[in-house]
Design a protein around this ligand. Sequence first.
Ligand code: GLA
Length: 503
Amino acid sequence: MSDGSEPRDATAAADPRAARVSDDSEPRDSAVAAEANIPGIDRARDDLGLRPSTTTNGPPAGASATDTDRTSGVAIGSAEPETRRSRRSRSASLTPNPTHEDDTMTASTEAADLFRRATGREPAGVWSAPGRVNLIGEHTDYNDGFVLPFAISQRTAAAAALRDDRVIRVTSTFSDEAVEASIDELESLFPTPEGTTPAVAEWAAYPLGVAWALRQAVAADGAPSEAFERGLDIVFASDVPVGAGLSSSAALEGAAAGALNDLWSTGLDAKQLARIGRRAENEAVGAPTGVMDQMASMLGADDNALFIDCRTLDANLVPLGAAEAGLEVLVIDTLVKHAHSTGGYRDRRDACERGAAALGAEALRDVAVDDLARAAELLDDVTFRRVRHIVTENQRVLDTVRTLREHGARAIGELLLSSHASMRDDFEISVPELDTAVEAAMAAGAVGARMTGGGFGGAAIALVDAAAIARVTTAVERAFAEAGFTAPRIFTVAPAAGAHRDA
Ligand code: GLA
């Protein structure tokens, strides 16, 4: 069975973006790599004893949950077959409800509740997937490198049930528009041509893109079940902040992938679903991102960070040990919104590819810290600094994994700080609000701090003594006020479970 990351037709293969995406997401055989001339960084990775992993492949998303009726689609009043292109989405009469109505309401119960109101029937199940914080390893994922994210407790939930027709109808609490597309239309909606916006509302391009990528992945082997030919109603609710660098997009993709995989009985595992989510983001939404967020969202686990080799997709749990060290992870959301489908992110990615090509490397993962002197001679200043960030960041991820294991969370502060400096000075993806957050947190006694995620806005994290949370929070708020910035949103996070079926 294909995993959905390879271009399936001549059009996709001819699209340079599609080809690049395929290259990045195709795991290479580690045995082959082992026989080849292993660059230093791979030897360092092997020294950590972290590959290959069999522990975090995970069951098919949702496999652990109670099986509910998957084929009970009853007649749906509003569900006449839809053949129009979905860009003419229909308005629904639902009011967005960005916050839960009461404290006992989770994204999961909210999605189920909205599902009942929107469709007049019970969902067949509810699936959810978390956002993530990246502890360290920024922009290394699309360079075949290393990352160390963890899933957080904020989740996006999808309440869903099959329909009797071929319409996929997505509704959410973050838009007052329901969007519909027939299964038969997906091929004409996606991929989204480079430089254009998706043919459907952007939020809907995530779940419909997942449906498209998932169907492409399994269709080659023939429809796996009768259910595969049926449409669905899917209703989303989320408590992952959007645009905060906490990967609300991967959470949305993961929740959609879990629901579709179970209801269509496609039986894909968590890594395959992560790659399908990434393909949706790259080719349906048009954001040229790596696979870190989807992997973290699908495979995260309580108390653990996830060390991912983005070349092989080997993934190993690494205990964060923050609580044992008396520490907490503080998120400082600057409320400066970013979008990775535009400008800076793509530009950084291009610079990395240019640098790798000039150095004769398949990817920057294959360039070691020792190669940087040669790189300085060959590359222009900007490209060199982009390359230096990736090369040193890969090393910092390995160093962080080792340090966490040998000395605990309190010992990784310097690594977090150097990572931030490298993103600020070499990769140039920080913004004044993020620098202020890091500096103010450190001045108030944080153990370490850095911006997290794609940059150009979003959030910073700070590793802080549990007893100092209030002091650091106040100090950061004060620094923002003094600089004339919008007051940040500050909260703690802890490593939480990855995607699963909730009901
Ligand atoms: C975004 C992307 C990820 C990764 C990070 C930067 O979150 O979605 O793939 O590239 O930026 O590390």
